[in-house]
Design a protein around this ligand. Structure first.
Ligand code: UDP
Length: 374
């Protein structure tokens, strides 16, 4: 089948601001092409795909969209002809007859609203919890008529919306052969994420101070005022800023850490860095909320802590460092294989049909169902 992916309009792919969406996009392409599907990607101009993925890139120029999680939930985002978001969807409309389905990765009102008007099925993989009313209203409306078109990574993220019909949850999958493993930790704690207040880095620093362990911090600096405030407030002996590094470099460095801390202030819709650490055999201490609560198996791959309980988290760090890293890794590999993820994606988007694609020489037997406008 031919799949057209329309990715996030907040930043070109490969620069860090897209966060987990960038990394997830690559894993989706790997999963689908491994199953012989053909993939093309519409993305902001300047995007770069990793050399090992096989997808046609369609770059689009235009003004980048703002990340909605840094604005109040009732913010109404503007979009006109100059915006990359509207231009990306104009391109999707122009290419839709050449593909079997469209997969939207953007957290924006426009593609959700457009869904019933496109004869080609559009699927939405929603990478954040309920952070914006405009998006939530559009998703809730679509859920009335076509719940099958919506998927989340976790139940925690889906449950922040008021849906009348259940939606699919897909978790994530990783190319595990590329995940390194170190049998021993080096005594440091890892923190991975965009440097932005909703990720709650200040709690992780306070926990590291209490545990008297160095904290290695990787991630894109999305909010430099926030980063500067943290640098002023906390002792430099604890903070080891690593910057944003390419994903494979991150994994190479992360494998040596004794544990990963995840202390978000928002509903973390999944928490790729949590699953990635576990797949490298690095146990996790995370707040018992959102996506991490569905990823960490308490006592086996890490510890889940009452959100905000810094003392409990510091105490958990000493226990987590004793965990069997081989077993942590084994659990991660069992849950997050790319093959199983590919199958979940295929089932959700109906890519497993035994009938022919509309691009094969035979006539398609089950044309896409036009949606009722609602
Ligand atoms: N990441 C990376 N290099 C870095 C820091 C982060 O490749 O220096 C990746 C990390 O491996 C993860 C993603 O960025 O896959 C962040 O995704 P996550 O779901 O943890 O958070 P989000 O940014 O989507 O809120």
């Amino acid at each position: 089948m031919k799949v057209l992916i329309v990715t996030t309009p907040v930043k070109p792919i490969g620069q860090g601001e897209g966060g987990g969406v960038d990394v997830s996009l690559h894993h989706i392409i790997r999963a689908l092409t491994h199953r012989q599907h053909q993939v093309s990607v519409i993305a902001p101009k300047g995007s770069q795909l990793d050399a090992d993925v096989d997808a046609k890139l369609i770059p689009i120029d235009g003004e980048l969209q703002q990340s909605c999680q840094v604005h109040a939930p009732n913010t109404r985002f503007f979009c006109d002809d100059d915006c990359v978001l509207s231009r990306m969807w104009s391109a999707a409309l122009a290419h839709q007859d050449d593909v079997d389905c469209i997969l939207n990765l953007a957290y924006d009102w426009l593609p959700i609203w457009l869904t019933p008007f496109l004869p080609t099925p559009v699927f939405h993989l929603i990478s954040m919890a309920n952070e914006n009313q405009q998006v939530a209203n559009a998703l809730q409306r679509l859920n009335h008529t076509a719940p099958e078109r919506i998927a989340f990574r976790t139940h925690a993220a889906a449950n922040t919306f008021s849906f009348s019909h259940p939606v699919t949850t897909l978790a994530n999958g990783y190319p595990l052969a590329q995940f390194p493993f170190s049998p021993d930790g080096d005594g440091s704690i890892a923190w991975v994420g965009r440097i932005s207040p909703e990720k709650g880095l200040e709690d992780a620093i306070r926990i590291a101070v209490r545990a008297d362990m160095p904290l290695k911090i990787w991630g894109f600096e999305q909010d430099s005022d926030y980063r500067q405030a943290l640098t002023r407030e906390f002792p430099p002996s604890i903070l080891q800023w690593q910057g944003f590094v390419p994903h494979q470099t991150l994994l190479q460095q992360l494998q040596h850490c004794s544990a990963l801390l995840m202390t978000p202030k928002w509903v973390e819709a999944f928490g790729n860095c949590v699953a990635e650490a576990i797949c490298c055999g690095v146990p996790v201490v995370a707040y018992n909320a959102g996506g991490p609560a569905e990823i960490v198996e308490n006592g086996t791959t890490g510890f889940l802590i009452r959100p905000g309980d810094l003392d409990q988290a510091a105490a958990a760090l000493s226990h987590v460092c004793q965990m069997n890293r081989t077993e942590v890794r084994r659990q991660g590999h069992q849950r997050f294989s790319l093959e199983a993820y590919a199958e979940r994606l295929e089932i959700w988007m109906g890519l497993q049909r035994t009938t022919h694609s509309r691009h094969s020489t035979s006539k398609r037997q089950d044309p896409p169902r036009p949606l009722a406008l609602g």
